[in-house]
Structure formats: C-alpha cells, structure tokens
Design a protein around this ligand. Sequence first.
Ligand code: NI
Length: 170
Amino acid sequence: MPVKNVLKMGHPILQQVAEPVTEFNSALLDSILVDMYDTMAALDGAGLAAPQIGIQQRIVIFCVEDNPRYPDIKPVPDTVLINPEISFLSDESVLGWEGCLSVPGLRGRVPRCNKIKYRGYDQYGNVIERIAADFHARVVLHEVDHLDGILYPQRMEDMSDFGFEQELFP
Ligand code: NI
C-alpha cells in the first residue's frame, strides 16, 4: 500500500515554496494522488499537501466527513485542489483549533480569515472555484499554507494556545 512517510516540522521541504503543476491528467499526477489519499486515510487526516510526502508541487487534498479528530465540524467536500489561489472575502479573523500530520500530537489555536474564495484545478484540469467559510475555509487555508512553506504554528499569535492533544483535550 503506497502510504508514504509524512515529513515532520523542521524538515526543509516543509519550509519551501512548491512548484506549480504544469501537466494535468497524467499518470504521474494520478500516482501522486493515490499516495496522498492512502497516506491521509491511514493517518486519519482532514487534508494533506504534496510537500508533506516530499513532493514539491502545488497539490492539496482535503475531505472532512465524520472525522473523530473534529467531532463537531460540518463536512467539507472531498477535493483535489491544484495550483490554488485564495481571495480573502472578510476582514474578520477567527480563532480555531488546528492539528497537522507534520506536527503530530499537538494542537494549536490559529487565527484565520473566516470567508474566502478559492480557485484552482482538479487533476483533470477542470477549474474549481468555491466560496468557503468557517472550518471549510480554515482547512483550505491550512493546506494552501503548506505550499508556501508555512506550518500552522507560524500563524499563531498566542503560544499559550499550543499544546499536546492529550493534555488539551483529555
Ligand atoms: Ni498540515
């Protein structure tokens, strides 16, 4: 099963800006996505960005159904989003808890814009354009940050809101 090792905070690839995808509907892209989906499922994640498995391309996936890590959260559609662009539709920033497969065991409260528009492509090159709010916006912003070498602790303003999941949510 092509479950990949997820790089952890501190790895240089997680600090770099990933390259745009130039070829859609390709066997290479398909195989990257199979690895990403298998890895996300095995680790029970809500999203994954290609750099987390060492692929420096602007590809993210996300999907929130009934995820035990986020029990009170509305579902987010299962999405492959390539070469994403974000527009901020609100000046309002809201705090919410985040975790990351590259920062295992920890959670932090991160301020994020609560309404965005995102635009990008699926694996076939079809345009995806959506307005997203609340947790959906948070998930997209978190994943897209990975493509620019940013992990959620770098977005935090109050480090007293950062800790181990088992202590914060016993
Ligand atoms: Ni993450």
